[in-house]
Design a protein around this ligand. Structure first.
Ligand code: NAI
Length: 466
């Protein structure tokens, strides 16, 4: 093996898990290679996930404000018109800028990038398949190959009418009618984007609630607010197939034994993601996946194969970019003999709708299921001065604390900027804080974050402003 193709660490996959692992490895002095099958670095999150969807959410929120909110501020705008190609160009510019950022980081950290499909050929060799085949060697190999959208067998993607989020972030015109299958993060975010631009959006969800990972009071509030924005929810409804009636595409579903038809120009299937573990050569190193296709690892991200590690969406836990990044750092630090660690009790979860929904820790329901006695404090944004001044009165903050120790168990916020506000809640939980600690922390006035403090005060029955 030539010196040029021998490394201390090879990382397969350049998403938030893979490229962050590469940077941390380089920082710790490892000679590092990053293997990526796509043309661009950054993985799903940057190229077709978190970042483009956030750009579209921001642009369409401004469009919605121009159409429906501006007049109340004395800003007169004639009926705004959306130019979808410019909307997409703005989104692409955001993605391009960040792609350039990652490429720069790779160069600056002297990380060697190989473009091609990475496959294990032994416990210390990776075959990179592109036009030419290159064999790389390293003592440590990190699998960070991410996940792909799940396809329903009775609703196969055709890329035109039946689509995944990959296409729904790149429609060239506003569809007249969209049927969204699944009211999780992707369904709610992309359903919101197109509803704001005037599409009729039907969201069909198997469960009785939208945003199922949050407490019921949060998801019911979200449902009420999103309904006002034009999203039509069909809950407890199972999608069973699709049929063609002449030129019309009709999604078929079932609720309480009755069949319901949804005519749609576009059907967005957003029913979850599955780990990318096929074709990686795992069988060559005796790694078997679990029932969900995930690679089993120990607390230091070691697989059963010596020298091979896995992080991010290919292992257990929520499929979230920030979880993958933390695992990347911890995994490399463990390889370097340091004490890398991820606190899985403090991983935030956010849906970037308007208002946003954010949480950390246990829901009230999950805490009770665990047999814990809880105290809950809630505070509405309607009673917050900054919220009134900035049109942000929808929603509430909820603090869940242990009734005996007062320790914070979980926090949920549904509000404008909830994704930013949750950060201070996470810090309190990370340091083992109590509701009393949060209640006695000085929050700037007037800010939306005072709602969090008030919710913590409410745990002890002493809110000041309601
Ligand atoms: P999800 O798992 O969040 O939600 C899928 C929903 O589809 C569930 O509520 C499920 O009950 C429903 N469903 C499944 N089969 C169905 C059927 N046949 N008929 C009707 N409903 C059905 O999955 P989603 O939204 O596709 O997201 C995939 C992953 O990507 C998740 O792990 C999510 O956390 C992550 N993600 C995170 C984002 C964020 O952090 N803001 C944004 C987008 C994705």
């Amino acid at each position: 093996m030539s010196e040029a193709n021998s490394f201390d660490c090879i990382i397969i996959g350049s998403g938030p898990g893979g490229y962050v692992a590469a940077i941390r490895a380089a920082q710790l002095g490892f000679k590092t290679a990053l293997v990526e099958k796509d043309k661009h670095l950054g993985g799903t999150c940057l190229n077709v996930g978190c970042i483009p969807s956030k750009a579209l959410l921001h642009s369409t929120e401004m469009f919605h404000f121009a159409a429906h909110g501006a007049a109340a501020h004395g800003i007169q705008i004639k009926k705004p018109v959306i130019d979808v190609s410019q909307l997409m160009a703005k989104k692409s510019a955001t993605v391009d800028q960040l792609r350039g950022g990652i490429e720069h980081l790779m160069k600056a950290n002297k990380i060697k990038v190989f473009h091609g499909l990475g496959k294990l050929s032994s416990s210390n060799q990776v075959r990179v398949c592109s036009k030419n085949e290159t064999i790389l060697q390293a003592k440590n190999i990190i699998l960070a190959t991410g996940s792909s959208v799940i396809e329903l067998p009775f609703l196969p993607f055709d890329g035109k009418t039946i689509v995944s989020s990959n296409e729904a972030i790149a429609f060239t015109e506003v569809p007249h009618k969209i049927a969204v299958v699944g009211a999780g993060a992707i369904g709610l975010e992309l359903g919101s984007v197109w509803a704001r631009l005037g599409a009729q959006v039907d969201v069909i969800e198997f469960l009785p609630n939208i945003a199922a990972g949050f407490d019921k009071d949060v998801s019911k509030t979200a449902e009420r607010l999103f309904k006002k924005q034009g999203l039509n929810f069909h809950l407890g409804t199972k999608v069973i197939g699709v049929k063609q009636d002449g030129k019309r595409t009709i999604l078929t579903a079932e609720k309480d034994g009755n069949n319901i038809d949804f005519e749609a120009d576009k059907i967005l299937v957003a029913v979850g993601r599955r780990p990318n573990t096929e074709g990686l050569g795992l069988e060559l190193v005796d790694i078997s996946c679990d029932e969900k296709g995930r690679i089993p690892v120990d607390a230091q991200y070691r697989t059963v194969a010596p020298g091979i590690y896995a992080i991010g969406d290919v292992i257990k836990g929520p499929m979230l970019a920030h979880k993958a990044e933390e695992e990347a750092v911890a995994c490399i630090e463990c390889i370097a003999g340091q004490a890398g660690h991820v606190n899985y009790d403090c991983i935030p979860n956010v849906i970037y709708t308007e208002p946003e929904i954010a949480s950390v820790g246990l829901t009230e329901a999950a805490a009770k299921e665990k047999g814990l006695t809880v105290k809950v404090g809630k505070f509405n944004f309607l009673a917050n001065g900054r919220a009134i001044a900035t049109d942000a009165t929808d929603g509430f903050a909820k603090v869940i604390a242990d009734a005996q120790s007062d320790r914070l168990l979980g926090i949920q916020i549904i509000a404008k900027s909830a994704s930013e506000m949750i950060a201070s809640a996470i810090a309190h939980m990370e340091y083992g804080g109590s509701a009393e600690d949060l209640a006695r922390t000085v929050h700037a006035h007037p800010t939306l974050t005072e709602t969090l403090k008030e919710a913590a005060l409410a745990v002890g029955g002493r809110t000041l402003h309601s």
